[in-house]
Design a protein around this ligand. Structure first.
Ligand code: 5GP
Length: 214
């Protein structure tokens, strides 16, 4: 069987409910693994270093770029964010569905280097729902909310890149949809090639053995 996994990229305008959806998908899908990004952003009080992000200084970030350690990186809302190449490739090779919570720029460059990536874009039900969620979050100040709302139209422009679009009306429904997408993607013809090849080889061998025994 094909033991190779694939990157599952999930993007959304900030405040669409993406982070909680990702956590629940990770809880439900055994072979799913979260790609912990590195960032220069300040840690929020509810975040853990090494779990939600690897928090680094701008100097450390630059050094990692210089050493070619990042599969992609981007500047989002004045902070730098990036994906560790070795971790991602290693997990995909081990058969993991690697969940990446990254923005459109990151999605675009990862799709180039990992063409079998699956890209999902999550919409909040409406722009006013987005504003409400950002204000209720309690971890953003007014300036940061304004910045995030301003960035949303640009994030939405990138939607053409994506394979699937989910409107996050009901949390559980959105999670289920992603779980189903993962199941369907595992059956995609290209991912099943190793099985088909092995099947054909065994079939050919069987026919050969039969011919010899006649
Ligand atoms: P937040 O600061 O709210 O955690 O994330 C802000 C934005 O950065 C989100 O859109 C998130 O998807 C994006 N982001 C997080 N990690 C990465 C990453 O490694 N690469 C890229 N390109 N974007 C990221």
């Amino acid at each position: 069987m094909n033991n190779r996994g694939f990157p599952l990229i999930i993007s959304a305008p900030s405040g669409a409910g993406k982070t909680s959806i990702c956590y629940e998908v990770l809880r439900k899908v055994e072979e799913a693994e979260y790609s912990v990004s590195i960032t220069t952003r300040a840690r929020r009080s509810n975040e853990r270093d090494g779990v939600d992000y690897h928090f680094v200084t701008p100097e450390q970030f630059e050094e990692m770029i210089g050493r070619g350690e990042l599969a992609e990186w981007a500047e989002v809302h004045d902070n730098l964010y990036g994906t560790l190449k070795a971790k991602l490739s290693g997990a995909v090779e081990r058969g993991k569905v690697v969940v990446l919570d990254i923005d459109g720029q990151g999605a675009k460059s990862l799709k180039r280097s990992y063409p079998d990536s699956v890209l999902i874009f999550i919409f909040p039900p409406s722009p006013s729902a987005l504003q409400e969620r950002l204000s209720n979050r309690g971890t953003n100040n007014e300036i940061s909310i304004r910045k995030r709302l301003k960035g949303a139209p640009q994030e939405i422009e990138n939607v053409e890149l994506y394979d699937y679009v989910i409107v996050n009306e009901e949390f559980e429904d959105s999670v289920e949809k992603i779980v189903h997408i993962i199941e369907a993607e595992k059956c995609a013809l290209e991912r099943m090639r190793p099985f088909i090849e092995k099947y054909s080889e065994e079939l050919a061998q069987k026919n050969e053995d039969k011919e010899h025994s006649q």
